[in-house]
Ligand binder design. Sequence first.
Ligand SMILES: Nc1ncnc2c1ncn2[C@@H]1O[C@H](COP(=O)(O)OP(=O)(O)O)[C@@H](O)[C@H]1O
Ligand SMILES: [Mg+2]
Length: 338
Amino acid sequence: MIHVKQVSKTYTRNQTSISALKPVDLHIRSGEIFGIIGHSGAGKSTLIRCLNCLERPTTGTVTVNGVDLTALHGKKLQAQRQQIGMIFQHFHLLSSATVFDNIAFPLRLAKADRKHIRERVEELAELVGLQHVLNQYPSQLSGGQKQRVGIARALAMKPHVLLCDEATSALDPETTRAILQLLSRINRELGITIVLITHEMQVIRDICDRVAVMDAGEIVEQGDVIDVFLHPAHRVTRQFVSQVQDDTHVRSYVESDAAKTILSISFKGDQTYEPVLFETVRDTGYSFSILQGTISKMKDLPYGQLLIELHGEQIDHEQVADQLRARGLEVEVMEWRS
Ligand SMILES: Nc1ncnc2c1ncn2[C@@H]1O[C@H](COP(=O)(O)OP(=O)(O)O)[C@@H](O)[C@H]1O
Ligand SMILES: [Mg+2]
């Protein structure tokens, strides 16, 4: 779908060069929601703007649906760009135009006829839930409604790809959830591939299939969200994962003692609802306490993570870990010290 090969970007201003993006490789599959996460300044916007050549890469190629965008200019590039919609953190709406006219903008630019424009705008307004505000102006709308206008406008030309640059970063948590649900639906029902930039791990966890982690202009880690989430390898990834896993109270509990052996257990899918943990520990004769637990969902996949402490005489942690592993759980025996 989207193949990024050795794409880099160097900005030059007043004889100083900023290497915003080191050469990166990326493959985004048709029909997936691909997340890109990183701190401010990591190069996320630069990378996503290279995907539709809004920013021309300094090196490398970007191929979308088999067409090398970096080889195109002018009208040919514009025509290909119609296949790629984009939405932004601050919406970028025309403040002096109604919701209808904002959504109609790309259709008018493409010289569609009046009847088609009306039908298409009404269809889009219905899709994003704005049919009752078509005559209002952006200043009369809530943040969530403004982003819905942005989404409707981005979909006007029936793109195959939707690029989202921090599309929920200006919204409150509840509105964020609603917009993410809408994006999920668009992905599922219209089959549109979505590339989504964020600095919030929760956004990645809620709707993305795969994720790339960026730091200082480089992709430092990428893979299925569930794998990156349960086994973050890079320091920056671990920071992001800890955004949604608050273990501070476990730390203070452990720090009140000299050292503790703790089992870190993760499970996914149907296992999440099975009493595997209880049964295994019962068979060993130990008891246990849960120091921290999360049962949640990654996109549609249920998963759980637990930190447990075993209680009993002469505990053989490795033996318990092996028994749990034999039943399909992922287990790590961790020595926590103060
Ligand atoms: N048009 C530009 N001119 C000069 N430097 C830029 C420009 N755009 C971005 N940068 C720089 O490139 C780096 C990456 O920026 P950006 O891609 O916006 O990161 P992010 O979206 O992850 O916050 C930053 O150091 C930023 O200051
Ligand atoms: Mg940015």
